[in-house]
Ligand binder design. Structure first.
Ligand code: PEP
Ligand code: MG
Length: 893
């Protein structure tokens, strides 16, 4: 492989477009872009993601010319900065960091201060005129390099620091003198020799290559793999490697390091928000090892802090920093998460990226940026991940409940959560697997804890700030989180946390409020959320822009009311069999199923008819003039047959049929493969009286509604699981015949539509024939996925995860529509149906109707509606609007 693999930040031909981002990773592309904006960026270069891909595709080898490219890029950096790599007088030190296409905070490895050895440390001390700083930097480098590159665990070095402190009666790291630090360096090197079997590498080049390989290796680390899975990041993207000259935030009191968000990442408020630490290196802020100070004075007042804000301690530099932040936000037209360092009163920008934010913040930022004319409504809609709206459904604490607040921390991620205290990620995972609701309590979290955080209802830490690992990750996950609750003392050994006099053992119930930061003893009831004005605005814009109609799958009063609360524009699927689950109803249905003669069946049906009729009337009254699509019975027998003796006895009593006959009938009706059995339209072909009763109930309910409320309900009658045109023809005639009878009897003219579900590949392929007897199609993508893949809806969840793990399926096809296969069938079906009936209405009512990418696909086919469960309506509304925006963008190209 020949080509260009290494790009200097200052190269002219680099811009921040998508292809550059793919090549240089987010961090590399942004560093180059900041450089071109004239911002103070320490010089450096990026090794492209192609190399990482090459590395894994070629048995961990690298292309021939790659070494020389890295060398010459390093020479360029040396020239710009006037220092030399490995030089004992004035050494260039570099940071080596990963940087994938999309940010994976804390997931991969970083090495700072690379280039230090026993010689160059003397040069650094001379250059900085600060021997203590040089040796402190050297010991940090040995520690980090040994951990990341040599695989020697952190705690060996931490223990060594504790020993030295104890021996010398020292409490704080800052009290360590040059003498102690030199001693520490010696001891660290000994640890390396004993654990690694070799001396700590003194050659700067060897160090550099070690770190580059470590970054490539970290792409396949367990935590990176887990993160990618959770965030749908493909493995073949690979990571870039950024090598950048070091600037030192730990070179004295005129130096600092910090993280800044251009807006509040938790609430979205348009105020600079961030934290800094004087005389520290970047990792100290992010790792939450020291509790940082805040940047703005208003933030300091809000939190009632006493330590000075950066505005107070470094007024000129904070002005310069704010100007840079504003410039970056304007440039990227998005909220930025910025890392900076101040070295001897000079500001340096180390990174900028679009900041992770809560959904509440995302909505507010999007709306306010439209008001500020920074972005358009369309851009705003594309900025919000529809699935994240789920976070808005977070419960909050019932204010009327008397709660015992034991302490307060920082409100890092909103929502309230109750659970039993667990002190480790492993225990969180174990207990949640057993069905317990757990709350993970840690001094601080690290990427190793991701599993446990995922398994917990919420996360509480005693250390760390709003940009600590726990805070950032919990926000991304949408989990309630409180951090830095400093009055909590945790003893992992005895599984206990103390807050003043209160002792809380593992297994005790506590509650956290991610909105206020309160930590509460015991369980507190929660309430459902109300939506913010920003949410309502975004939803209004979505409704203005989308062309798909969003209906709901619902049949109960409760679900229909919830759906109307979310602006459902109709019912796309009323599953009539779901109306039978209550005990007083199911007995009649079972009676109908086991009936052996027409007479017996009609007797049972006569008992069902009045309940069906009143249910339909209730639905019509709630839905007013909105369309209501009622599906005639689709009852896989196994879901309805009685199994337990007790159920059979009840049935025997109600039907007057003796128990043995019932048992015998159940055996007769048992199907080996009920999902492909006597269900859907097939039931009505053999027992037409069932659909006759249902049609009659629908028509009579329409007439009652008309008489009571003076409007004709907007009714659609749908036949499920059609495979052939003949089934459709026969059942359409059946429904029409009943309608005629009801009309003649009542003298009322009934308007309604008849349609079918497309759930079988045969029906999809023969849509032109089926369409002749259908005014509309609704794609039942649950069954259509089942029958296209030949995968059982009920059983395949046992092995689908392995298919995903092995890369055979990108996603579970029952969650995200398989556009390539099932989608192709739908496309063919729609084309064939439209050919014979251009006005045919097309919709979807499988679970995919609430899945964002699937909704966008249906939009691209020009469908009329999607239908989903009530709580997914906001997600579908937004996804539909995104689909419209994307289609328009495509047209413009
Ligand atoms: C479907 O198959 O997609 C569908 C909506 O019907 P059900 O899930 O009731 O089989
Ligand atoms: Mg179905």
């Amino acid at each position: 492989m020949v080509g260009k693999f290494v790009y200097s930040f200052s190269e002219k031909n680099i811009d921040g477009d998508a292809s550059m981002r793919d090549l240089l990773g987010g961090k590399g592309a942004n560093l180059a872009e900041m450089c071109h904006l004239g911002l103070p960026v320490p010089p450096g270069f990026t090794i492209s993601t192609e190399i990482c891909r090459y590395y894994y595709a070629n048995n961990k080898n690298l292309p021939n010319n790659f070494h020389s490219e890295v060398k010459s890029a390093l020479h360029k950096v040396e020239k710009i900065i006037g220092k030399k790599f490995g030089d004992h007088n004035n050494p260039l030190l570099v940071s080596v960091r990963s940087g994938a296409r999309s940010s994976m905070p804390g997931m991969m490895d970083t090495v700072l201060n690379l280039g230090l050895n026993d010689d160059t440390v003397i040069g650094l001390a001379k250059y900085a005129n600060n021997e203590r700083f040089a040796y402190d930097t050297y010991r940090r480098f040995i520690q980090m390099y040994s951990d990341v590159v040599l695989g020697i665990e952190h705690y060996h070095f931490e223990e060594c620091i504790s020993d030295i402190k104890q021996e010398n009666d020292i409490e704080l790291d800052t009290e360590l003198t040059v003498y102690h630090l030199k001693d520490l360096v010696g001891r660290f090197k000994e640890i390396v020799r004993s654990k690694h079997g070799k001396a700590f590498p003194q050659d700067s080049e060897e160090q550099l290559w070690g770190a580059i390989f470590a970054v490539f290796e970290s792409w396949m680390s367990h935590r990176a793999i887990v993160y990618r899975k959770m965030n749908s990041i493909p493995e073949n993207w690979g990571t870039a490697v950024n090598i950048q000259s070091m600037v030192f935030g730990n070179s004295g009191d005129a130096s600092a390091t910090g993280v800044l968000f251009t807006r509040n990442p938790s609430t979205g408020e348009n105020k600079i928000y961030g934290e800094y630490l004087i005389n520290a290196q970047g990792e100290d802020v992010v790792a939450g090892i020291r509790t940082p100070q805040v940047i703005t004075t208003s933030h300091k007042k809000e939190l009632e802090l006493t330590t000075p804000s950066m505005e107070e301690s470094m007024p000129h530099l904070s002005k310069e920093l704010f100007a840079v932040a504003t410039k970056l936000e304007k440039h990227y037209k998005d909220m930025q998460d910025i890392e900076f360092t101040i070295e001897n009163s000079k500001l340096w920008m180390l990174q900028t990226r679009s900041g992770k934010r809560t959904t509440q913040a995302a909505l507010r930022i999007a709306v306010e940026m439209v008001e500020e004319k920074m972005i358009t409504k369309e851009e705003a809609l594309l900025r919000i991940e529809p699935e994240s709206l789920n976070q808005l459904l977070h419960p909050y604490l019932d204010k009327n409940f008397k709660k015992q607040v034991i302490t307060k921390g920082l409100p890092a991620s909103p929502g309230a959560a109750s659970g039993i205290v667990v002190f480790s990620a492993a225990e969180a995972e174990r207990l949640s697997g057993l069905g317990e609701k757990v709350l993970l309590v840690r001094v601080e979290t690290s990427p190793e804890d991701i599993h446990g955080m995922y398994a917990s209802e919420g996360i509480l830490t005693s250390k760390g700030g709003m940009t600590s690992h726990a805070a950032v990750v919990a926000r991304g996950m949408g989990k309630p989180c409180v951090v830095g609750a400093g009055s909590i003392k945790i003893d992992y050994d005895i599984q206990l946390m103390r807050v003043g006099d209160v002792e809380i053992k593992g297994g005790t119930h506590i509650t956290i409020d991610g909105e206020s930061g309160e930590v509460i003893l015991g369980y507190v009831p929660t309430k459902s959320p109300e939506f913010s004005t920003y949410f309502i605005r975004v939803m209004e814009w979505a409704d203005q822009i989308k062309s798909l109609t969003i209906r709901t799958n619902a049949e109960t009063k409760h679900d229909i009311e919830a759906a109307l609360g979310f602006n459902a524009e109709g019912i796309g699927l009323c599953r009539t069999e779901h109306m039978f689950f209550e005990p007083d109803r199911i007995v009649h249905v079972r009676n109908m199923i086991i009936a052996q003669t027409l007479q017996e069946r009609e007797k049972a049906l006569a008992k069902i008819l009045p309940t069906q009729r009143s249910d339909f009337q209730m639905i019509f009254e709630l839905m007013k003039d909105r369309p209501v699509n009622i599906r005639l019975l689709d009852m896989p027998l196994h879901e309805f047959l009685p199994y337990k003796d007790e159920e059979m006895q009840i049935l025997s009593k109600a039907s007057g049929i003796d128990l043995n006959t019932i048992k015998h009938r159940c055996k007769q009706l048992h199907e080996v493969n009920p999902m492909l059995g006597h269900r859907g339209a097939r039931i009505a072909i053999t027992y037409p009286e069932i659909y006759e009763m249902q049609s009659k109930a629908i028509f009579e309910a329409m007439i009652s509604t008309l008489k009571k409320l003076n409007f004709m309900p907007n009714v659609e009658i749908m036949v499920p699981l059609i495979a052939t045109e003949n089934e459709m023809k026969i059942l359409r005639t059946l429904v029409e015949r009943v309608a005629q009878a009801v009309m003649s009897e009542s003298g009322v003219v009934l308007n309604f539509k008849i349609g079918t579900m497309i759930e079988l590949p045969r029906a999809a392929l023969l849509s032109h024939k089926i369409a002749e007897n259908a005014e509309y199609f609704s794609y039942g993508t649950n069954d259509l996925s089942q029958t296209t893949f030949g995968l059982s809806r009920d059983d395949s969840s046992a092995f689908i995860p392995e298919y995903i793990e092995k890369g055979i399926f990108a996603k579970d096809p029952f969650v995200e529509l398989d556009v390539e296969g099932v989608g192709e069938l739908i496309k063919i079906s729609a084309e064939r149906a439209r050919k014979v009936k251009p006005t045919i209405k097309l919709g979807i009512c499988g679970e995919h109707g609430g899945h964002p990418a699937s909704v966008r696909f249906f939009n691209s086919l020009g469908f009329d509606y999607v239908s989903c469960s009530p709580y997914r309506i906001p997600i579908a509304r937004l996804a539909a609007a995104q689909g419209s925006v994307m289609s328009k963008m495509k047209e413009q190209v």
